[in-house]
Design a protein around this ligand. Structure first.
Ligand code: HEM
Length: 528
């Protein structure tokens, strides 16, 4: 009985806090939800009309952003992706409402270059990722406060790709054989789920060794944790900051994932720590894997079993789904356009004849590299990349004079940049060897030596891996994995789409995220 007034008071308090929090950002959210429902019912004309009215109001209220009425469209989820895909192809800057904040979108190479050149103390990537992924409650605060895993990936992992190439190739071959049994008949394979298992095994072979990478529960944990982080972060971000410490721990996917990971990783890490403490970091037979690399860079407070497990979960999070989605998209492209297969096979056969299956051979496969880069250009994993927050109390001013205040969030319009005819001829057409031709024509320097237009080389018109100091440090490993997987596929199988229609299964958009089609199957048949 006595608790009733307290519960009512608490409910009122929470209600008021939520209202205050949502006062600014969610007026637009409610309005855009309303617009969305209307547009579902009566078509897109209503949506444009209401949006235009709303944009005018906004423009007169605030002078912060230069607005283009037809392009400043406040929407989220499906509409958000629609906006970011179709309406940001212009040389400007505009902002869109997420459920929890406004995000300023940069649409020209000049503005994106400003973002690339900005000092860390002006624009923070860590705060950008941190807020988007609610890291304090999902991955762990260390992802932002002490991101030493970035150095580990940049240096130790990237340096070890050649030395561990045989393991990468072996794990990919074995995983394909386990997942897609050799058969003279066509076998339908659910593409994305299968690829996720292959990528998870391959990454884990380098990260934690052959035994664990083939353990079904460990493999499922690596896949499921990343999915949980994304889902939970979206929910946690719906709450105002003041309530996050309350709901964050309740919704956190970390405790369950840690408990599950401990079962597999504790013995391995304890033994490694024991050996390192006894013999230093140079003992014979010390595995050349992620655990060793982390220990080489970790400060004392990070050298505990739990902290190392947490770090491995973080690395799995950034490494597995990105690569699996990218590969599945490329696989769909290849299955939909089998004419690419013969030139790809010929190129690979020549390279392997000269260098065997090695990193050097992969480096010589310019057409393969081009095909993968074009697939990234065409789909990517997100409509916007390079999330940053303005951390300078004085705000941030772009080279064109646009000023954003402290606390603003921004990102680069990747999809729109990639699909702009000003940057790519016939940008809406998938042209697998586009970059191979560009590379050959690169001032006569073309061929394997030229890194320009190569898959791992970001530039202001190719943003799949970001750009500048925070460009994806795992891209060298990811690209090696992607090349070996695609090469293994076309050398060992014939592939086609289920209906043999030549139409690539459409990507699935959720807000700004672009995923490979989850339900499509690809047919595989072993080559004679
Ligand atoms: C095809 C696969 C991949 C794609 C498309 C991709 C894409 C990206 C993008 C767009 C960013 C943000 C860059 C920016 O903000 O400027 C990023 C950051 C990052 N990626 Fe990747 N990534 C991939 C694979 C990997 C792999 C395999 C690893 C690790 C082994 C990895 C580790 C990271 C890390 C640690 C960051 C944060 C970098 C920082 O904070 O400075 N990624 N990635």
């Amino acid at each position: 009985m006595e608790t009733a007034p307290m519960v009512t008071a608490l409910a009122l308090f929470v209600g008021v806090v939520v209202l205050i929090h949502f006062k600014r950002s969610s007026v637009c959210v409610f309005r855009s939800s309303f617009i969305w429902i209307l547009s579902q019912l009566w078509g897109h004309r209503v949506q444009f009309l209401l949006t235009a009215v709303r944009s005018t109001t906004f423009a007169t209220r605030q002078e912060l952003y230069r607005l283009d009425i037809t392009r400043h469209i406040p929407l989220h989820f499906q509409l958000l992706s629609c906006v970011l895909k179709r309406f940001s192809q212009h040389k400007s800057i505009f902002r869109v409402p997420y459920l929890d904040k406004w995000v300023v979108v940069l649409c020209s190479p000049e503005l994106i270059n400003d973002l690339r050149k900005a000092r860390e103390e002006d624009l923070s990537a860590a705060h950008g990722f941190g807020a988007t992924l609610a890291v304090n409650y999902t991955l762990g605060a260390g992802f932002v406060t002490n991101p030493y895993h970035v150095r580990v990936i940049q240096s130790s992992l990237t340096r070890s790709i050649s030395a561990r190439f045989t393991d990468i190739h072996d794990e990919i071959s074995t995983a394909f054989q386990d997942e897609i049994k050799p058969s003279n008949d066509w076998v339908a394979v659910p593409a994305l789920r299968t690829v996720l298992r292959i990528v998870s095994r391959t990454s884990s072979r380098l990260f934690v060794g052959i035994e664990l990478c083939r353990n079904t529960d460990y493999r499922n944990l690596s896949i499921e944790f990343a999915e949980d982080v994304i889902k939970r972060a979206r929910i946690i971000n719906l709450f105002p900051d003041v309530l996050k410490p309350l709901v964050g721990p309740m919704l956190s996917p970390k405790p369950r994932a840690m408990a599950r990971a401990r079962r597999h990783l504790v013995p391995v890490i304890e033994e490694r720590l024991r050996m390192d403490n006894e013999y230093g970091a140079d003992w014979d037979g010390r595995p050349n894997d992620m655990i060793s690399w982390l220990l080489e860079h970790a400060t004392d407070d990070e050298r505990t079993v739990d902290k190392l497990i947490e770090r491995i979960l973080m690395i799995n999070f950034v490494a597995i789904h990105t690569t699996a989605n990218s590969f599945t998209q490329a696989l769909y492209h290849l299955a939909a356009a089998p004419d690419y297969v013969t030139p790809l096979r010929e190129e690979l056969e020549t390279a392997v004849r000269e260098d065997g299956w090695s990193k050097a051979a992969m480096g010589k496969c310019i057409k393969l590299d081009s095909f993968l880069r074009e697939s990234q250009r065409f789909n990517g994993v997100s409509a916007i990349n390079m999330n940053r927050m303005v951390t300078n109390p004085a705000g941030f001013t772009f080279s064109d004079g646009t000023h954003l205040p402290h606390g603003s969030f921004m990102a680069a319009a990747t999809y729109a940049t990639h699909h702009d005819d000003a940057h790519y001829a016939h940008a809406e057409v998938f042209d697998g060897f586009r970059f191979a031709r560009m590379r050959a024509g690169d001032g006569g320097e073309g061929g394997a030596e030229s890194v320009k237009f190569g898959m791992v080389t970001p530039d202001p018109t190719f943003l799949s891996f970001g750009l500048g100091r925070h460009a994806c440090p795992g891209r060298f490993f990811a690209v090696t994995e992607l090349k070996v997987m695609l090469a293994h596929t076309f050398m060992n199988y014939d592939i086609k789409l289920e209906q043999n229609s030549g139409i690539r299964p459409p990507s699935e958009w959720f807000g700004t995220t672009c995923g490979a089609n989850r339900s499509a199957k690809v047919l595989f048949r072993s080559r004679a």
